[in-house]
Write a protein of this length. Structure first.
Lengths: 137, 144
C-alpha cells in the first residue's frame, strides 16, 4: 500500500530557489520498502527521511529498500549520509538497497560521493523493485 | 559593478536551506548556468552545515555569510565563531567523519564544485571558509 508523507509546501520540480522541504512517500511491496523523498534532502530534512524510513522498515518488517529519487530536487552530504545510514541497517539484516529514477542534476553528486559503487542504480523504480525482490528469494 | 551580499543566520538546521537558496538567487544575477547554481548550492549547504554541526555542535551561534559578485566571478565567505578545526588537513580528507550517519565529504564537495577553497581555522577561534567560482559562460565570452 502506498503511503503519502505529510503534506508540506513542495517545490516545483527543479526550481533552484526553493526552500528545503521534503515529503517522504513510502510503499511496501513484499519485503521491499520503496522510499520516495520529494523535495530537498539536507541537514534539516534528512531527519524526516531517517524517521519515516526507520519507522516503515520496522512496521513492514521490510528487508530491502528502493530509494526512488525521481522527486528529489537536491541532496547534499547530510542527505547522502542519511541514505547511507539506512543502507547499513538493511545490510546488517542481509538486505539490499538500490537507487531508482535518479534525476540528472542529482547524479553528479551521487557519482562524486562514491555512493553508487555500493548502492546500485536502476532507471525505473518498478524494475528496481522486481530486481531486488529477485535477489530476496 | 560589484554586487555584495551579507547574511547572518542562527545556527539552526532549517537555516541551511535559507542560506543555500539566498546564495543561489544571488549567483543567478550573473551568468551562472542552472548546473553551476546547483553546484554553488551544494557548496553553500556543506559550508553552513559544517558551521552548524561541527562549529557550534548544535548549540546556539551565528553563521555569517558574505558574498561578492563581479564579472561572472562569485566569492563566498562562510564564517562561524565556534570550536574551530584542530587539523584542517585531516578534515579536508574524504570520509573523515566521527558520525556513522555522515559521509565526511563536505570539504570534498566544496572543493569539487567550486574553483577555489580556502579554510582558515584554529581550535577555539572559529572557522572561515572562502570559496570562489567563475561562470563558464563568462569565461567563454571573455575568450571570444
Amino acid at each position: 500500500m502506498r503511503k503519502e508523507g505529510k503534506a508540506s509546501p513542495l517545490p516545483s520540480g527543479g526550481d533552484p530557489f526553493c526552500l528545503a522541504v521534503v515529503r517522504i512517500d513510502t510503499e511496501v511491496i513484499g519485503r521491499v520498502l520503496v522510499v520516495a523523498p520529494h523535495g530537498e534532502l539536507d541537514l534539516h530534512t534528512a531527519e524526516e527521511f531517517k524517521r519515516v524510513t526507520d519507522r516503515e522498515l520496522e512496521r513492514a518488517n521490510a528487508r530491502h529498500i528502493v530509494v526512488d529519487c525521481s522527486g528529489l530536487t537536491f541532496v547534499d552530504s547530510s542527505g547522502l549520509g542519511a541514505i547511507l545510514g539506512r543502507y547499513k541497517k538493511v545490510s546488517q539484516i542481509g538486505g539490499q538497497m538500490v537507487f531508482a529514477g535518479v534525476p540528472e542534476q542529482t547524479r553528479s553528486i551521487l557519482r562524486l560521493s562514491g555512493i553508487l559503487k555500493i548502492i546500485p542504480e536502476h532507471h525505473d523504480p518498478k524494475r528496481a523493485v522486481r530486481c531486488i525482490s529477485g535477489v530476496a528469494r | 559593478m560589484k554586487n555584495t551580499l551579507s547574511l547572518e543566520i542562527a545556527s539552526l538546521p532549517e537555516n541551511v536551506g535559507v542560506a543555500r537558496v539566498t546564495l543561489a538567487a544571488f549567483a543567478a544575477l550573473d551568468s551562472f548556468s542552472v548546473a553551476e547554481i546547483e553546484e554553488i548550492k551544494v557548496a553553500v549547504s556543506e559550508a553552513v552545515t559544517n558551521a552548524v554541526v561541527h562549529g557550534y555542535r548544535d548549540r546556539p551561534g551565528v553563521v555569517m555569510l558574505r558574498a561578492e559578485l563581479e564579472n561572472g566571478r562569485l566569492c563566498i565567505v562562510v564564517e562561524d565563531t565556534g570550536v574551530g578545526i584542530e587539523n584542517i588537513e585531516q578534515a579536508r580528507k574524504p570520509a573523515f567523519s566521527t558520525d556513522p550517519e555522515r559521509m565526511g565529504l563536505g570539504f570534498v564537495f566544496m572543493e569539487s564544485f567550486m574553483d577555489e577553497l580556502e579554510v582558515v581555522s584554529a581550535p577555539g577561534a572559529g572557522t572561515r571558509v572562502r570559496m570562489t567560482k567563475t561562470a563558464a559562460r563568462h569565461e567563454v565570452r571573455e575568450g571570444e
